[in-house]
Design a protein around this ligand. Structure first.
Ligand code: ADP
Ligand code: MG
Length: 573
């Protein structure tokens, strides 16, 4: 990269290379003073159809002039970055012209977020500057440089977008404050769960249903029934922004969500699994929060498994497979669900979220009649119902279960929430009365305590991101990582919500290899503390900017590695 040059230099370079072959664009890499901005051209694409060029637009903090308190804590800074990213993205189509020739010519884009406010790399609010990382398709006709069009894009349009988005005075201060407050309140609320004795909180008035199965935006407010807590589970909390807020706690222990079909059970559970993230104002779930180590658990038949201890749930298999080190290229419904729980416990999960819609029936319960017909010594499965209380008592792990079919779980529940036309009621006592009046006759099938799940040590040699000798990690959407010669299927990892999180997960798998000496959990703890300290930039393999990461939890990083089919492990301490 050259030193800092003036806009005139870029202007004249673009004039000079106009009409030349596309490779001539390589000459414009560098940093330029463009009006009040610095424009970094970090990576220049090789041709108009290749991955777009990577740029950064930077403005001095004193020009942008955002009040210091908007970024004085990490949650605030993340929220301000998120706000500016959305503002920049919204201004783009109003200023940029769009298609300007062949391939990606004319493209100008930033990494757009969804309904969550996540830590991302697209905007950086630093003490001295604000920086937006963007991609652009440098314009060409065929493969010939369109230098004058590039001038318009780089020297006029992109700075103009920056002008509209990056100055405090161009925004409604109340809008920004609302955004920052939403994040801050959500973080605050989550931090209070422990004192509330709860694994989740759903504020009164929240709107949980989504617009459709393919949209994460809220259902039209004229059709959505606002959440209202049952009195017995209602608590009041104080939040820095919203002040006094009331809502329902989901207590620690074992909680059932019951109710008729289509009464909103799964919608509530889904809101809880998303409650590990913070949401934008207007989402409806701004004040729905969950234990940050809550993990959605489901059956996932066909997934690969590497040396996982599922023996608390599955004993000796008919083919003699050792379930203390369960390894298979294709797990069944019940063994995959047991695996997902053991892997989550290994990573320190403290709440399990389970929906019967996506569970293996034989994993959830064996009723009295089945116990009589199929003898215990012929059945390798210890159903979840016989482990769920031990999990809480011995491991401090709570469970929240959506159930419509099996009342056997009334015996093991601390709290029963009944959904009735989208309204929750406290049915704990009613369920206890039913349980007392109608014994199931089931015999407990588990041992007395829930054993420790041993940590596994991944074999670094089994994690190979290379393809034809070169590191190659790509992602498709939220749920596929192409890792070297393999595809990792993450479609059952439901708490991965943003394609930019998936991109980060892919590159973290490469980055984490240097820490793979002990257990997986230890290695990912090291990664996590790196991310705490330095943010997401260091995981990027590019020399150009990594403007398209969003931060994942280490639980999801582990979930990805655990689904890598080549993974081999040994047992750690
Ligand atoms: P269940 O799991 O009890 O069968 P779902 O949670 O799948 O039910 O909800 C059924 C339908 O009702 C879904 O289309 C969902 O979007 C809608 N729904 C859920 N909660 C609400 C609500 N509070 N207001 C309006 N519609 C809702
Ligand atoms: Mg359901």
């Amino acid at each position: 990269m050259n030193g800092m040059a003036d806009a005139e230099k870029l202007h004249s370079e673009l004039g000079r290379i106009d009409g030349k072959g596309y490779k001539a664009y390589k000459d414009i890499a560098g940093a330029y003073r463009v009006d009040e901005f610095i424009l970094f051209i970090d990576h220049v694409q090789g041709d108009p159809f290749a991955a777009p060029s990577r740029l950064r637009l930077r403005i001095p903090a004193e020009d942008a002039d955002f009040p210091a308190e908007l970024s004085s804590t990490r949650p605030r800074r993340v929220a301000l970055e998120d706000y500016l990213l959305r503002a920049f993205d919204a201004a783009l189509p109003r200023v940029t012209q769009g298609n300007r020739g062949s391939g990606k010519s004319g493209l100008v884009a930033v990494d757009t977020p969804g309904q969550e406010i996540l830590e991302r790399t697209a905007v950086v609010v630093a003490p001295e500057y604000i920086e937006v990382r963007l991609v652009t398709g440098l314009p060409a006709r065929g493969r010939k440089v369109l230098g004058f069009q590039a001038r318009e894009m780089l020297l006029e349009e992109i700075p103009e977008v920056g002008r509209r988005a990056l100055y405090f005075r161009r925004h409604d201060p109340e809008d920004i404050a609302t955004h920052v407050r939403a994040k801050e309140d959500s973080v605050h609320l989550r931090a209070q769960l422990e004192d509330l004795g709860a694994v989740a909180f759903v504020a009164d008035g929240s709107l949980l249903p989504r617009a459709s199965g393919v949209s994460d935006r809220p259902l039209d407010s004229s059709r959505a029934v606002p959440f209202r807590s049952p009195d017995s589970l209602r608590r009041r909390v104080e939040l820095p922004g919203a002040g006094a807020v009331s809502g329902m706690i989901v207590p620690r222990g074992v909680t059932l969500i019951v109710g008729g079909g289509y009464h909103g059970k799964s919608t509530l559970l889904r809101a809880l699994d998303r409650g590990v993230y913070d949401h934008v104002p207007g989402d409806g779930r701004e004040l729905v929060v969950a234990d940050p180590r809550a993990v959605k658990i489901r059956a996932e038949d066909g997934r690969a498994v590497a040396g996982v201890d599922i023996s608390p749930f599955i004993g000796a298999l008919p083919d003699g497979t050792d379930t203390a080190r369960f390894t298979t290229p294709a797990a069944s419904g019940s063994t995959s669900q047991a695996t997902n729980i053991s892997e989550a416990l290994e990573m320190g999960a403290s709440t399990l979220l389970v929906d019967e819609d996506t569970s293996a029936t034989n994993f959830m319960v064996r009723d009295r009649r089945m116990q009589l017909l199929v003898r215990r010594d012929r059945e390798p499965i210890t159903p979840f119902i016989d482990r769920i209380r031990q999990l809480h008592r011995d491991r401090g792990v709570s469970s929240v279960l959506v159930l419509g079919g099996s009342g056997d779980y009334f015996d093991v529940a601390d709290t029963v929430i009944m959904m009735d036309t989208y309204r929750p009621a406290d049915a704990t006592e009613a369920a206890a009365r039913v349980a007392a009046g109608h014994p199931t006759g089931r015999v407990l099938e588990s041992g007395t305590a829930f054993p420790e799940i041993a940590g596994r040590c991944p074999d670094p040699g089994s994690i190979d991101p290379r393809r034809r000798g070169r590191i190659r990690v790509r992602t498709r959407g939220v749920s596929t990582i192409q890792f070297g010669t393999e595809d990792i299927d993450l479609s059952a990892v439901e708490q991965l919500v943003d394609p930019s999180q998936t991109r980060a997960v892919g590159d973290i798998l490469v980055y984490a290899r240097k820490y793979l000496k002990g257990t997986l959990a230890e290695a990912l703890q090291r990664v996590e503390s790196d991310l705490e300290e330095k943010g997401l930039d260091p995981i990027s393999p590019f020399d150009g900017h990594p403007g398209d990461y969003a931060r994942p939890r280490m639980l999801e990083v582990a979930a990805a590695l655990n689904r890598l089919r080549s993974l081999r492990v040994s047992r750690g301490g």
